[in-house]
Design a protein around this ligand. Structure first.
Ligand SMILES: [Zn+2]
Length: 348
């Protein structure tokens, strides 16, 4: 009789543990992403097994972002953090510290060979715009082959910068972080995010893998259709001016030359001389279209459009999705919309 009691006691205990682990797994995984494009990818792959939220909101400028106390709260509560990496989220270390977040982190660009920034030093918000530089040499599509630190010459190493200054928080590295603008590279994002979800929530690993495979398929289909649509535009006409240097990866993928008014940080302000050079270049190369971006003020774009006679081609979505229901509220919707805008403005 005694033995039976012990056995049934164990059985009850085992059942209790099973119930506990089931109830833990049934709760969706709380995933916080640094910005809206990653958040959409997490939703696509995570489906109803995740509760996904973003720190930088729709139409938000991640380059100039100042985290709020509510962001620290949401990060403190997260079970997984997904970031772009390549020094895109310059505000993140301080936020992580404020939140005390020590959980797992997915770097979505891990494994990507990054492009170096155009012009390198121009991209730093050092408010010194009088130095010499040449916009013409910047648009070599083979830039990816250069060593990533090629443009670092003359720069103080990271550690020598004054910490905590306003400029410091908006500075970026020597690598271009905007890799999501290439659908081919988005496949690497998908793989990294899926792996992160599988590790954080192994019970649903099959589910995440299935959804990631389906999503990867849709990304591939869109990539193919963009290539087909751009066939309508002769390669020598594929030249546009944009606000900030966010489209190099897209340019490389589809043989389009994007000429940015400012460097990689949306916060840098070009000098009168910078603008004059771009106006000259636009006239010389008969650039047809100039685009506004959803995360950057349109003021400069309108000025250059006036001075060159180029038409304002519409809005390109660079570093953030649009509002819910806008049609550009998903990554694929945003890439489709950017293609629509470009083809409409450029086709003869
Ligand atoms: Zn950007």
């Amino acid at each position: 009789m005694k033995m039976r009691d012990i056995h049934s006691g164990r059985a009850v205990l085992a059942l209790g543990l099973l119930a506990l682990s089931l109830s833990v797994q049934a709760e969706p995984l709380r995933v916080v992403s640094s910005f809206s494009i990653l958040n959409d990818m997490v939703k696509e792959i995570g489906g109803d097994k995740v509760i996904a939220s973003t720190i930088v909101p729709a139409n938000g400028d991640a380059h100039a972002f100042e985290p709020r106390p509510s962001d620290a709260k949401s990060l403190a509560n997260a079970q997984l953090l997904v970031i772009n990496g390549l020094e895109f989220e310059t505000w993140l270390p301080r936020l992580q510290q404020a939140a005390g977040y020590q959980g797992p982190q997915v770097v979505a660009t891990a494994g990507i060979t990054p492009l170096a920034f155009e012009g390198g030093h121009d991209d730093h918000a050092d408010h010194d715009h009088d130095h010499d530089h040449d916009h013409d040499h910047d648009h070599d599509h083979d830039r990816a082959k250069e060593p990533a630190h090629a443009h670092e010459a003359g720069h103080a190493p990271q550690g020598e910068k004054e910490p905590g200054t306003h400029d410091d928080s908006h500075q970026h590295g020597s690598q271009d972080p905007h890799a999501w603008q290439s659908l081919a590279l988005a496949q690497i994002y998908v793989r990294n995010i899926s792996q992160g979800l599988e590790q954080a929530d192994p019970a649903n690993a099959d589910y995440y893998q299935r959804r990631a495979k389906d999503y990867a398929q849709r990304i591939q289909e869109l990539d193919d259709s963009i290539k087909a649509r751009l066939e309508a535009v002769p390669v020598d006409k594929r030249k546009v001016i944009t606000s900030h240097d966010a489209f190099s990866y897209m340019g490389k993928a589809y043989d389009i030359r994007f000429i940015p008014l400012v460097g990689v940080s949306s916060q840098a302000e070009p000098s009168a001389r910078d603008i004059a050079q771009i106006v000259q270049q636009a006239r010389r190369e008969q650039i047809q279209a100039i685009f506004v971006e959803n995360t950057v003020s349109a003021k400069l774009v309108e000025q250059v459009a006036r001075e060159t006679g180029a038409k304002v081609g519409g809005t390109l979505y660079s570093d953030a999705l649009g509002e819910p229901g806008s049609g550009v509220d998903t990554y694929l919707g945003m890439m489709r919309s950017n293609t629509d805008q470009l083809v409409k403005a450029l086709q003869p």
